[in-house]
Design a protein around this ligand. Structure first.
Ligand code: G16
Length: 582
């Protein structure tokens, strides 16, 4: 057996290792600097209780982006040196973010061990490749992203770190084949266990959904299905779940082979970046050669995000979570006894609020960041939650789950079509328009200004905060710009007090709230790797079911004009157009 030693390596702090909305995301070249990743991993171990780390089992894997395999080997060594007893790795270092959450919560090893936490190697929807992004985040014992208390501690450790522990004599481990390799360290045996990326996840999905009902829907000749993994890790799960388990045709999968550079694309499931799917579904500028499928969906690099499309029809993520919540009981066996509550992030539209109100469900509004849902779920307060940023999920794990969202929609479609016989299929568009008929429609759009000069972005935000103290000025400007728009009645910076641990998160987005319930929200993204990304969220509620059929850009045009004018967007950023509109 290979015997290894533990050695101490001196190092110096790097600037800027502050985890963002979901972990540390930087260019690959930044991560490749000597000691850079090592420092962050050691800073994480130093932030955890050492008696918990010693003898523990830790998961290490990710979305397979460029440099992941090197990172897995580096982390295995640092883990071994810090007294971790077992490292669990998905085959080829691949595990989706939701699968990691499931593994931490559900997987039991041969010695009865459970994982204490995980290093997830992903920059999510950001591009990959030698000159693109890499990322790492730590997930805790409940399967969810580390909370702010822990990430603050990690960051503070990165600023003072002077040494890290690693090994001498521990070779790189073969992570391409399933099996356990055992080594001998100063504290005894150290094991690396490589296992199937999909096994635990498939098992869990089968306890949540009625696979037979979905199988029947997929076999219905009137129904057609298309899934685009954008060359992220979702492809591994799509093949196993949609094709092997549910009988979808292999040809219904697009870009389902994981690639280190995502095929040169941007693995972000939205109308701008999921080009092939958008075209196939009839939503591109050029009509497709064939009739579009009835249902289409896409995932991001690490498979926690989802985009849901019907034939020539886009479902906004804010509507998607509201519709899943409204239809969960009946369609999805996991929810047969009802929902404990629902939650959304602040910038997400209030479509979910209306459902919660009507169905008398507990409702929570949290800051952007999936980590904020975890406490609510752990306390049994929330079953379904979602975000405008293409994240939807439930308390089956503590991450958003792209494949789960697709299965939820397929379940709703299966349920609605169970007695369709020779009749007309109930489509995605039918489900959404019926929903608007009952609950009203939240017209919604998001403008992203990516890679803006960081100082300019800060100045714009500071200007908006200042503007909030002079509402009469704001309303004067509104009247001058669009007299047809109602006035702003409240303006603030969103602050959240966690109802479970009572921690307070401030400065979570600048809000302008209008008399008719419309909202403008401005936030700086916490997931970019260079410069700043300004997000502008625009929302308007229409309760009158005869007015819910407008094109959303038409319905929102007045509010867009006001948002751009109020924020002096072009003046501050030099941008006359956003980079992405969703
Ligand atoms: C992460 C978080 C999400 C958040 C999203 C966008 O997702 O988990 O909760 O909504 O970032 O954040 P921001 O607006 O700050 O860029 P992911 O899929 O990137 O891990």
């Amino acid at each position: 057996m290979v015997v290894f030693k533990v050695v101490t390596q001196n190092t110096k702090p790097f600037d800027g290792q502050k985890p963002g909305t979901s972990g540390l995301r930087k260019k690959v070249t930044v991560f490749q600097q000597e000691h850079y990743l090592h420092n962050f991993v050691q800073a994480t171990f130093n932030a955890l209780p050492s008696d918990k780390v010693k003898g523990s089992t830790i998961v290490v894997s990710g979305d397979g982006r460029y440099w992941s395999k090197d990172a897995v080997q580096i982390i295995i060594k640092i883990a071994a040196a810090n007294g971790v007893k077992k490292v669990w790795v998905g085959q080829d270092g691949l595990l989706s973010t939701p699968a990691v959450s499931c593994i931490i919560r559900d997987r039991v090893g041969p010695d009865g061990e459970k994982a204490y936490g995980a290093f997830i190697l992903t920059a999510s929807h950001n591009p990959g490749g030698p000159h693109e992004d890499f990322g790492i985040k730590y997930n805790a014992e409940n399967g969810g992203p580390a909370l702010e208390g822990l990430t603050d501690k990690i960051y503070s450790n990165t600023k003072t770190i002077s040494a890290y522990l690693t090994t001498e004599g521990l070779p790189d481990v073969d992570i391409s084949s399933i099996g356990t390799t055992t080594f001998e360290g100063p504290d005894g045996a150290f094991e690396v266990d490589v296992f199937s990326a999909t096994e635990d996840n498939v098992k869990l999905m089968k306890t949540i959904f009625d696979f037979e009902a979905i199988k029947e829907l997929l076999a219905n000749p009137k129904f057609s299905f298309c899934y685009d993994a954008l060359h992220g890790v979702a492809g591994v799960y799509a093949k196993q779940i949609f094709v092997e388990e549910l009988g979808a045709k292999e040809s219904s999968l697009l870009n389902c082979t994981p690639l280190e550079d995502f095929g040169g694309g941007h693995p972000d499931p939205n109308l701008t970046y999921a080009k092939e799917l958008v075209h196939t579904m009839g939503l591109g500028k050029v009509p497709p050669a064939n009739e579009p499928p009835e249902f289409g969906a896409a995932a991001d690099g690490d498979a926690d995000r989802n985009m849901i499309l019907g034939k020539r029809f886009f479902v906004t993520p804010s509507d998607s979570v509201a519709i899943i919540a409204a239809n969960a009981v009946g369609s999805i066996p996991y929810f047969s006894t009802g929902l404990k509550g629902v939650a959304r992030s602040m910038p997400t539209s209030a479509a979910l609020d209306v459902v919660a109100n009507k169905l008398e469900l507990k409702f929570f509004e949290v800051p952007t960041g999936w980590k904020f849902f975890g406490n609510l779920m752990d306390a049994g307060l929330c079953s379904v939650c979602g975000e405008e940023s293409f994240g939807t999920g439930s308390d089956h794990i503590r991450e958003k789950d792209g494949i789960w969202a697709v299965l939820a929609w397929l379940s709703i479609l299966a349920y609605r079509n169970k007695d369709v016989g020779d009749g007309k299929l109930v489509t995605v568009e039918d489900i959404v328009t019926q929903h608007w008929g009952i609950y009203g429609r939240h017209y919604y759009t998001r403008y992203d200004y990516e890679n803006v000069d960081a100082d300019a972005a800060k100045k714009l935000m500071a200007y908006l905060v200042e503007l909030q103290s002079t509402l009469p000025e704001v309303n004067k400007l509104i009247k001058e710009t669009r007299p047809d728009v109602e006035e702003v009645v409240e303006a603030d910076e969103f602050e959240y007090k966690d109802p479970v641990d009572h921690s307070v998160s401030s400065h979570q987005g600048i809000r302008f709230l209008f008399k008719d319930g419309s909202r403008l929200v401005f936030r700086l993204s916490g997931t970019g790797s260079v410069g700043a990304t300004i997000r502008l969220y625009i929302e308007q509620y229409e309760a009158d079911s005869s007015k819910t059929g407008k094109a959303s850009q038409d319905a929102l045009a007045p509010l867009v004009a006001i948002a751009l004018k109020l924020s002096k967007m072009e003046e501050f950023t030099g941008r006359s157009e956003p980079t992405v509109i969703t």
